[in-house]
Write a protein that binds this ligand. Structure first.
Ligand SMILES: *Cc1c(COP(=O)(O)O)cnc(C)c1O
Length: 383
């Protein structure tokens, strides 16, 4: 079976993990710091704080931003539920602004409208859907004029690039237009540590808070007492990443550029095969933006095709291919409908995209023959 995503682990990765396992320190130690330095080098950010999952990284980011019960955040409904849940973790309320129908990222016009209606919104969480950066320049300027925090959910976008302030390309994670950027190292993402996450920032104050919340809010005394004395300064968590996982992260990060190159190659094969078909719509490209192609979201006009998406999945599965759907819009999940009273029609662009979206297999170890097999399966599924 070929699924929509999977990890790329080689013998160097395995050796890196084993060497930590043979050492004296296996939980958070020097290798975590090495991974954080490597993430800074790669993204161009000043600071990186690794943690146990991308969801923990989102939680740390909203904690560090100081968000609490009387606050609200604004994000895209076209995302994984954790992007909105992180607000609820700190008692804040998540709101949504609809996506742009072309880029599938949060629409700055809808964003501004939502902000006008809800002065309690203190932070914007743009999501770089499928790996394509959101319109960060517009989001930054809107947020700045209203004094809002910007936290990028960059879980899809390690390896993506966008034009910086000076017009030169910068990596997502450099936080050129944001306060923090959040990454996940789940096996389907650009690189993996099994489970894992990170927050990057250029703000030393946020960096300090992120580190504190990661480790029970504990701080070490200065001087001689340092041997045994620590103080709990705030309510923190155990969101630490281990040296075992960080060794895998350091090893994976060395190959990230080659992973992205392969993802782009696969995307261009799919683009060529599907672009002319009137039943299909290929993912967007935007001038000045480089997608990390975490996903290859193909839109299929199931209505014109005359079969349901479930039937289509059956046709693919008969050819050993397991696509996915990204995403069921967050506001349509039972928990969100019941807690906030959302219903179908609230965010029409996200819902229309959801009704047509299928994520085709895209990951670095997919062979040319497998890619051709996916193309053939999709084209014959339309007959
Ligand atoms: C994967 C993902 C997360 C959560 O990351 P985990 O490491 O699985 O906790 C959050 N947001 C988005 C957009 C993601 O794709």
């Amino acid at each position: 079976m070929i699924s929509y995503g999977r990890q790329t682990v080689d013998e160097y990765d395995i050796e890196a993990v084993l060497s930590v396992l043979r050492s004296s320190m296996i939980t958070q130690g020097p290798v975590v710091e090495r991974f954080e330095e490597a993430l800074c080098d790669y993204t161009g950010a000043e600071f990186a704080v690794c943690c146990s999952t991308g969801t923990a990284a989102l939680h740390l980011a909203v904690l560090a931003a100081g968000l609490g019960p009387s606050d609200a955040v604004l994000t895209s409904p076209m995302t994984f539920v954790a992007t909105a849940n992180c607000a609820l973790f700190v008692g804040a309320t998540p709101y949504f602004a609809d996506i742009d129908p072309v880029t599938h990222n949060i629409d700055p016009v809808a964003l501004e409208k939502a902000l006008d209606e809800r002065p309690e919104i203190k932070a914007v969480l743009p999501v770089h859907f499928a790996g394509l950066p959101a319109d960060m320049r517009a989001i930054r300027s809107i947020a700045k004029s209203r004094g809002l925090r910007v936290i990028e959910d960059a879980c899809h976008a390690l390896g993506a690039e966008l034009n910086g302030m000076d017009g030169k390309g910068v990596k997502v994670g450099a936080c050129e237009f944001s306060d923090m950027a959040v990454f996940s190292f789940h096996p389907v993402k650009s690189i993996t540590t099994g489970e894992g996450g990170a927050v990057t920032t250029n703000d030393p104050e946020l960096y300090k808070r992120l580190k504190s919340f990661r480790n029970h809010g504990m701080s070490k005394a200065a001087g001689e007492e340092r041997r045994w004395f620590y103080e709990v300064e705030l309510l923190g968590y155990n969101y630490r990443l281990t040296d075992l996982q960080s060794a895998l992260g350091v090893s994976q990060l060395k190959r990230l550029e080659s992973f992205i190159i392969r993802r782009l190659e696969i995307a261009s094969v799919y683009d060529r095969a599907f672009s002319a078909n009137p039943l299909l719509k290929i993912p967007p490209t935007v001038d000045g933006y480089k997608s990390a192609y975490h996903l290859y979201p193909l839109e299929i006009d199931f209505e014109a095709l005359g079969i349901s998406r479930t039937e289509w999945f059956g046709r693919m599965e008969a050819r050993s291919i397991l696509p996915q759907v990204h995403y069921i819009p967050v506001h349509l999940h039972k928990f969100y409908r019941e807690k906030f009273g959302y219903s179908v029609g609230d965010f029409p662009n996200a819902e229309a995209f959801y009704s047509r979206e299928v994520s085709l297999p895209i990951y670095p170890t997919l062979t040319d023959a497998e890619v051709d097999g996916v193309v053939e399966a999709v084209l014959s599924s339309l007959l």
